[in-house]
Ligand binder design. Sequence first.
Ligand SMILES: Cc1ncc(COP(=O)(O)O)c(C=O)c1O
Length: 374
Amino acid sequence: MPTGYRPASLILTAGPSITDLEVQYVTDAVQHGWNERWNEYLVRFETALAEYVGVRFAMATSSATGALHLGLLALGVGPGDEVIIPGLTWVACASAVAYCGAKPVFVDVDRQTWTMDPASLEAAVTPRTKAIMPVHLYGNAADMDAISAVAQRNGLRVIEDAAPSLGALYRGRKTGSMGDVAAFSFQGAKIASTGEGGMLVTNDPGIYERARRLNEHGRMDTGFLIGEVGFKYKMPNLVAALGLAQLERIEELVARKRRIFGWYRDRLGDIEGLQLNHERDGDRITAWMSSLVLDGQLAVDRDGLMAALRERCVDTRPFFPSIPSMPAFADPSLPLPVTERLAASGLNLPSGHDLTEEQVDYIARAVREVIGAA
Ligand SMILES: Cc1ncc(COP(=O)(O)O)c(C=O)c1O
């Protein structure tokens, strides 16, 4: 369908979908969500999210980072413990572990799904390992059956970083419903967005109560008495109003992302040396970010492709850098070949909800032209 379309401005990698429903809920919250109705949208958002994911408890937070921190603490992670995380993820995973005084131990990822490699995980377990943090990167589910089996064999807890994966399915089960505890993000670029925001979910009443108390500054039951030093990662009611509207539209939002990915796949899926998001049989990826990995045999490398696309008004984002390669978490003792390769050769294409087929067609033709597959 070449159309002669030319972008008037930079086509961005992300962008929310805002309708009258969001405006209606937020307007209602700002006008009426105070005093005795101060937490009405919070309760509705938490209840609806727990039901959608299929878990017993949900607690809204100011970010997924905060939810991961509280989740780890509620699992009892502390100084001297190790938590195993994939080398390829956002730094929030490693930071949350470090906040607890524990040590993040990095393992490699699977070449196709870009999520934690169970064999690499198994090899990293030590007597100090307390928990495993699989990440459902870019809306691809991690291999939870294999990861849970390692956890069970070694008596470890599992905290899912489901931050970018609301609506994804692993063998028919929602991401966020399979570990001891999980975190979702509603940061501005996410599939359902509130600007900033997160949610801790769990089936375990003990974990939920512990996380709730820690998020209340460690407050004892009622009043202002503090039993231990806690935190305040709260979501405001106004933000929850926006989150509830997005959640009520989540199946539509997932369908939009998958449709955008389908347009890219139809136009780029045949190119040898270019890998797109992979969907295992029985899973549903959300394609939060339609992504490409270049295999090194092409006429251009990842950074060259990004620069050339930018000249054509197409914004892209590189994959996250490998965390053990970052100064704050440097650990050169760990060779993570797949992580390093993906971090150097992967990119996210424009994937905003309101992207049109005409725009995707333009972007795909630009990619083909730059890599010499036009
Ligand atoms: C894999 C992953 N984990 C955690 C986070 C952190 O989410 P938040 O920004 O809500 O703390 C993100 C956000 O991009 C993410 O992609």
